[in-house]
Design a protein around this ligand. Structure first.
Ligand code: SAH
Length: 392
């Protein structure tokens, strides 16, 4: 907290911060143009320039008046993160490391498949939830992303795919909020970004192909149901509270029964034909034994017909202390769940040669110490006193 406030003080008056148009929903743009005394259809024009025609410059927006262009030039911004690295995996998976304006780093991953192209985007720098088997959690939490930073990941990925894949670029058909961070702890910016991604004036992603994944922030799942009906995935990972308390610490606050209640409420919003994805990372000897499968069958019984179970063999990272189960154990677990009538998929591991697989994203990690040191030095230069430094 103290860091955030201090940083804003250093960068000047918060009210003068440029308006980040890339992250604004149609409704927000309409409200903004109304404040400027402009007609609501300016929102439509600007969205098309930004998201369809990929404009980088107000000068090209020739259907806006010269005066409006000048005004936008003065008070709005189209700034995007910078591409620091662009890795391509043997299996075609792409991973980008982006630097944000304040030097923080995030990762975004594109996973091409025969019938679709899935972009996995981040919602925070780091994550506060500290799930025991996740590399992002190990780096701690830095800050929330803005809606513009979330939308920019899609925009930049689309641009990179187009620029490097001449002729037949793979389109982004699916977006999953499964990168770094807990999307439901960055609620309003995530919803604003979702609105841009769903909008035909934005990226036109179908609500069935846009998935928000959460570790189980129960009140936020309930609030989400009042605001959208995108696809939902929950990170269960354990069939009992005793085990889940250890793997997914937020379970101590919102135990499994409450999480499943919230899922039922969300399912009501989705209607009869849609389901929720339950993610279950298989950790050798921890939650992948036959008795764990039996416990999971019992745990999910009340949602059985409404869930798709997604088994994720653990993706290792240095010092994790966990191991990936044998393929045989994964298959055994899947077969048991299928025999109990659970629709069960094993998520194939993609991009692990470039550390792009689930739970391996740690974009801010390399830089964190240096960033922090630079930041502290800058504060000292400005004669600031830092209160409430976190212990990290
Ligand atoms: N914060 C969101 C998004 C996280 S990433 C959430 O918790 O749902 C998407 C999935 O990858 C989550 O289910 C997460 O628990 C899982 N995951 C994290 N680390 C992993 C690892 N090392 N191996 C396999 N899956 C992992």
């Amino acid at each position: 907290m103290a860091e955030g406030l201090a940083l804003r003080d250093l960068t000047g008056d918060a009210a003068a911060a440029p308006v980040a148009l890339l992250g604004m929903s149609k409704a927000s743009l309409e409200a903004y143009f109304a404040r400027l005394g402009e007609k609501p259809f300016r929102a439509v024009q600007v969205m098309k320039w930004l998201h369809h025609r990929d404009a980088d410059d107000f000068a090209t927006m020739t259907d806006l008046s010269r005066a409006l262009r000048a005004r936008l030039e003065a008070e709005a911004t189209l700034a995007m993160p910078e591409v620091v690295q662009d890795h391509q995996s043997k299996d075609g998976t792409r991973k980008w490391l982006f630097a944000l304006a304040d030097g923080q780093r995030i990762e975004t991953v594109f996973i091409p498949e025969k019938d679709r192209g899935t972009l996995c985007i981040s919602s925070q720098v780091g994550c506060a939830l500290d799930c025991s088997f996740c590399a992002t959690g190990k780096q701690g939490f830095n800050r929330n992303l803005t809606a513009a930073e979330i939308v920019s990941q899609v925009r930049l990925a689309r641009r990179a795919l187009r620029d490097t894949d001449f002729g037949r670029p793979k389109p982004i058909t699916n977006v999953v909020l499964m990168g770094m961070g807990e999307p439901l702890l960055n609620f309003e910016p995530v919803l604003e970004a979702i609105s841009v991604l769903l909008d035909d004036l934005g990226y036109g992603i179908s609500k069935r192909r846009l998935t928000l994944s959460t570790a189980g922030v129960v009140p936020a799942i309930r609030a989400l149901a009042g605001r959208t009906d995108v696809a939902l995935a929950i990170s269960l990972h354990a069939p009992t509270d005793e085990l889940r308390d250890q793997l997914v610490p937020i379970n101590r606050r919102y135990p499994i029964a409450e999480l499943l209640d919230a899922c039922e409420a969300y399912l009501e919003k989705l209607g009869e034909w849609r389901s929720i994805t339950v993610e279950y990372t298989l950790l050798a000897g921890v939650n992948d034994r036959p008795e764990d499968a039996e416990a999971l069958i019992a745990c999910l019984a009340r949602l059985r017909e409404r869930v798709k179970l997604n088994l994720i063999p653990f993706n290792p990272f240095p010092g994790s202390g966990y191991a990936r189960p044998d393929a045989r154990d994964v298959r055994r677990f899947q077969e048991r769940m299928m025999a109990a009538n659970y629709a069960t998929m094993v998520r194939t591991t993609r991009g692990d040669d470039i550390d792009a697989a689930c739970g391996q994203l740690a974009g801010a990690f390399d830089d964190r110490t240096k960033r922090r040191t630079r930041y502290l030095a800058r504060l000292r230069d400005h004669g600031e006193i830092i209160h409430g430094q976190s212990g990290r």
